[in-house]
Design a binder for this molecule. Structure first.
Ligand SMILES: *Cc1c(COP(=O)(O)O)cnc(C)c1O
Length: 363
């Protein structure tokens, strides 16, 4: 076959997701394995969302509400903004893609922190943009350096707060200083996929009514704290003029009917959210204590995951952990060749992880 593929497409390394449990069990012939690799909710989906999913099944012969009225109204109410400020997507990945499609022409520039969520780079590169990476400083976003990279061709700047994979946060005052330095035609995207878990009182939280007077987009997702990763729902909060542009370039039914019903119900399930957040906080503290006992070096996090420096090849540790039935994420592709990232699981899963890691590191 003779395909003509643009160089910038050829240059993309595909996104490598966390290994699915089912794949581990099939390949290694084991059962009862544990996945702590994709920052998913260990409690499962919200029971209210599951009930709403069941109720939605009888009308699956109908197209979804393409305008997402009910879900958008709820998201707007919860955040104290207007429905005209909300765009929903097939995961927040979809909103990232819509922003790039609407704002970035080939040859334009996009600023991303590194290491951070790889989809910013992949999506911008796929649009023919030039990606300007800005290394983290002391594991955190270096907003001064990011502002310093802005030039006339810069269209988008991505900020991940808390940052995946380091779990660090941006403070409100640092962010204010950063915004004050940016020209008005640069859109800042703050990805708050893990904001529900942040305990640090200085942590920036955008998506407030006062953020709508400037070119700022807040991304949120139902994939983590709300336990609906498999359904694919996320949203953006942004000035209405920008939301209107995104609505022109999205697919008319980009969020399916089941996902819309489930996400609306999950937003109402405050008990489930509180249970999830407190489970994560307890789990983090328990695992930090266990790793202290093992003398391992780890990085405290404001999200539902954290990094551990295993002091040897993370890829090798990942493989050996698989044999113990525990899926972790090697940070090799993120430029941390001796780090693994794990998310908080159920108490029993956390203990299983610590035992498996101890035995792998003693081999
Ligand atoms: C998991 C994650 C998302 C969420 O992606 P969805 O497409 O909504 O599942 C977004 N940003 C970051 C940083 C993430 O880690």
């Amino acid at each position: 076959m003779k395909l003509t593929i643009p160089d910038y497409i050829q240059s993309i390394d595909p996104y490598v997701p966390g290994k699915p449990l089912e794949a581990l069990e099939r390949e290694y012939g084991i059962s009862d394995s544990v996945k702590l690799a994709s920052n998913e909710n260990p409690l499962g989906p919200s029971p209210k969302a599951v009930a709403a999913i069941r109720d939605s099944l009888a009308t699956l012969h109908r197209y979804p509400d393409g305008a997402g009225h009910r879900l958008i109204r709820k998201i707007a109410d919860v955040n104290g903004v207007s429905p005209s400020n909300v765009v929903i997507g097939n995961g927040s990945d979809d909103i990232i893609a819509l922003l790039v499609r609407a704002l970035v022409r080939p040859g334009d520039r996009v600023i991303v922190p590194r290491p951070s969520f790889l989809m910013y780079d992949i999506t911008a590169t796929a649009a023919g943009a030039t990606v300007d990476d800005v290394p983290l400083r002391a594991m955190a976003m270096d907003l001064d350096a990011m502002a310093g990279r802005v030039c006339a061709d810069t269209r988008l700047v991505f900020v991940c707060n808390p940052n995946n994979p380091t779990g660090t946060v941006v403070s409100r005052s640092d962010f204010q200083r950063f915004m004050d330095r940016l020209p008005e035609d640069v859109v800042v995207v703050v990805d708050e996929a893990y904001i529900e878990f942040a305990r640090n009182g200085d942590c920036l939280k955008t998506g407030q009514p006062a953020d709508l007077n400037r070119p700022l987009v807040t991304l949120r997702t139902f994939s983590k704290a709300y336990g609906l990763a498999g359904l694919r729902v996320g949203y953006g909060i942004m000035p209405a003029a920008l939301a209107e542009v995104l609505n022109r370039v999205r697919q008319p039914f980009n969020v399916n009917a089941v996902a819309q019903a489930a996400a609306a119900a999950a937003l109402d399930d405050r008990d489930f959210l509180e249970q999830t957040v407190s489970l994560v906080h307890r789990g983090l503290d328990d695992m930090y204590a266990a790793l202290d006992r093992l003398g391992l070096h780890y990085f405290k996090s404001e999200a539902n995951f954290f990094l551990i420096d295993v002091g040897r090849s993370a890829e090798a540790v990942f493989e050996k952990m698989l044999r113990q039935g525990v899926i972790v994420r090697s940070m090799h592709a993120y430029g941390f060749p001796t780090f693994i990232r794990i998310n908080v699981g159920l108490e029993s899963e956390n203990r299983r992880f610590v035992r498996a890691l101890e035995s792998v590191l003693q081999e």
